[in-house]
Design a protein around this ligand. Structure first.
Ligand code: DC
Length: 235
């Protein structure tokens, strides 16, 4: 069996479903996964936030993100938990609520580096499988359909034109009060795409059985509707 050949047949009870949403950064995965989880009454697991928590902890404790041994140990020794409902997901690292700190441009940059380290990925994937093994979850990330839950009931791969993604992210950042120019953001998105797609361990790629959705010209609601149409029974 290839890693991504085992998608479920959709016969699991609706409250036990495992839904995988993968794709490049700023393709709208978080917003869409959150809405989807809310509409279906499922738990939302934002796996990117877990890599961000590792990056944040490393920067706060002075661990060099390029020192793969130290960063892997740090990931192994971290207790990362996601709590709350989809509309107010809180991320805890060793008991501390770090949610707010995780969105900074610096953490975005560092998380892209630490997520390429195999030891970090091993620790995070193990934690994600534990969180989702009972089902009833929407997981968003880069490798959910290929590595974390290749047997997920439904897999979606969300893409959007890089220019559109950069514009959406720029508007979010401005709202959050982060001072980045559009050009800076565009080149950061390109850089993160490149790193996510070319890393040796679990590079970003679409599982062969994932449904591709290009959101460049769709509203968030339209994407959610397209996904819901594929999920039976209809909500
Ligand atoms: O989705 P995000 O921007 O919050 O993710 C942060 C970083 O973590 C990003 O560089 C990609 C990486 N990531 C990953 O490698 N695997 C995942 N399942 C989720 C995120």
């Amino acid at each position: 069996m290839t890693p991504d050949s085992g998608a479920g047949d959709g016969s699991r009870e609706p409250c036990r479903l495992i839904i995988a949403i993968d794709g490049p950064s700023a393709a709208g995965k978080s917003t869409i996964s959150r809405l989807l989880a809310r509409r279906l009454g499922l738990q939302f697991i934002n796996t990117g936030a877990m890599y961000r928590a590792v990056a944040y902890k490393a920067s706060r404790s002075g661990v060099d993100v390029f020192d793969t041994g130290s960063i892997s140990r740090l990931a192994d020794q971290s207790n990362i938990e996601l709590k709350g409902d989809p509309d107010d997901l809180r991320i805890f690292c060793d008991g501390e609520d770090v949610t707010r700190a995780l969105r900074s441009p610096e953490v975005s940059r560092l998380s892209s580096i630490v997520s390429a380290v195999p030891g970090v990925r091993r620790a995070m994937v193990a934690a994600q499988r534990k969180m989702g093994e009972r089902g009833g979850v929407v997981l968003e990330g880069r490798d959910i359909g290929t590595q974390v839950f290749p047997q997920a009931d439904y897999k979606f791969f969300l893409v959007a034109d890089p220019e559109v993604r950069a514009r959406r992210r720029w508007e979010e950042e401005r709202t959050a009060g982060h001072e980045l120019t559009f050009d800076q953001l565009r080149s950061e998105i390109d850089e993160r795409d490149r790193r996510d797609e070319t890393r040796g361990d679990s590079p970003l790629r679409r599982a062969s059985d994932a449904i591709l959705i290009d959101s460049s010209k769709l509203t968030i609601e339209e994407v959610v509707e397209q996904i819901l149409e594929r999920i039976r029974p209809r909500s």
